[in-house]
Design a binder for this molecule. Structure first.
Ligand code: NAD
Length: 318
């Protein structure tokens, strides 16, 4: 496993990291014992960064992750969780709520310190409140030593930049973007010089586009358009015919980018995380990646967007 520095946080994180949302049943029911073994397998193979949120499975992901981490030495992993999103339509970025959220998350996770505490999906928040209330509350928690670092997450890249444009240096230390650097979308790449200029570390989530680029495909909640789903199916079929796992290409494509510090992949199955770690370490299959990206060209960067109208990316839907 290779490691990279996460912006100016001082954290050296594995280039492939573990996203715990599947532990909350986000991608279907899970076997908890398997889910716990998945976390241990990730740590045993060099993953040292884990991301979760109270939102995933209505707090279930944090609870299962907490049970997985019980007894694991606290210096073996960096733990990231979030505050502000609690349900599909339930957001509360008030200072009081995010402060209480930290205590609740720590209790579920069985820890007293969070390495990276993130505002979850700021595109659903009023930017004025995020700037004047949420981030100052997180700064207080950082000053009190309850959290190590502060991050923001979201789908529209413009929304992340809008916040970074208006805060002082070092207030926000990381951004987490998802579905914007994967085989069918490289929009995040264009923003990397900007994020670097702001001194923030870039976390990329969802290398398979939340299941789009997997043999099983998307769940019914997935916001992909029919053309995205159909084009992704063609890429999956092509890989299957060539005897290649499309997830291998999806993981390799993301971890190979030196400007992306780490890529969070989610699964509740030990065999999947083991395969993903192996893929991250094997020589990159550039020829197959190029062929698959050709198949995906009709939907390139035609992703979905969401959030308050002022926070949305200008996207041409496929
Ligand atoms: P992902 O692209 O990692 O895909 C997860 C899906 O891929 C699951 O269905 C999983 O079973 C499947 N999968 C994983 N490895 C596989 C393999 N080897 N073979 C077959 N299928 C495989 O999407 P994700 O889980 O949404 O993203 C990863 C993590 O990133 C999340 O768990 C979460 O921690 C984080 N994330 C954060 C945000 C945010 O903050 N707004 C948004 C999205 C994701």
């Amino acid at each position: 496993m290779h490691y990279r520095s996460l912006g100016n946080t001082g954290l050296e994180v594995s280039v492939l990291s573990y996203g715990a949302s599947p532990l909350g049943g986000v991608f279907g029911n899970i076997d908890e014992a398997e889910g716990i073994r998945t976390v241990h397998t990730a740590l045993d193979h060099g993953i040292n960064f884990i991301d979760v949120s109270p939102y995933y499975g209505d707090t279930k992901a944090e609870s299962v992750l907490g049970r997985a981490l019980a007894g694991v030495s606290r210096d073996r992993y960096y733990l990231a969780t979030k505050a502000g999103q609690y349900g599909q339509e339930e957001f509360d970025f008030s200072a009081a709520r995010v402060t209480r959220s930290l205590d609740e998350s720590c209790a579920r996770l069985g820890v007293d310190y969070i390495d990276l505490f993130q505002c979850h999906d700021i595109e659903f928040g009023d930017p004025a409140q995020i700037l004047s209330e949420t981030l100052p509350a997180l700064v207080k928690l950082r000053e009190a030593g309850r959290i190590g670092h502060i991050g923001i997450t979201g789908l529209p890249l413009r929304a992340l930049a809008n916040v970074l444009d208006q805060v002082g240096p070092g207030v926000v230390e990381t951004v987490l973007s998802f579905c914007r650097y994967e085989l069918n979308d490289t929009a995040l790449e264009g923003w990397l010089p900007y994020f670097e200029s702001k001194g923030v570390g870039v976390i990329n989530a969802s290398p398979t586009g939340m299941g789009l680029l997997t043999p099983r495909g998307v769940r019914d909640w997935h916001p992909a358009t029919p053309l995205m789903v159909e084009t992704a199916r063609q890429a999956v079929a092509f890989c299957a015919a060539e005897g290649i796992d499309i997830v291998k290409l999806a993981v390799q494509f993301c971890v190979a980018h030196p400007g992306i510090v780490t890529t969070l992949v989610g699964t509740s199955r030990p065999d999947n995380i083991e395969a993903n770690i192996r893929y991250a370490e094997e020589p990159i299959d550039t020829a197959m990646i190029a062929r698959v990206r050709e198949i995906l060209a009709p939907i390139h960067n035609h992703n979905f967007t969401r959030g308050l109208p002022i926070n949305r990316d200008p996207i041409i839907p496929a």
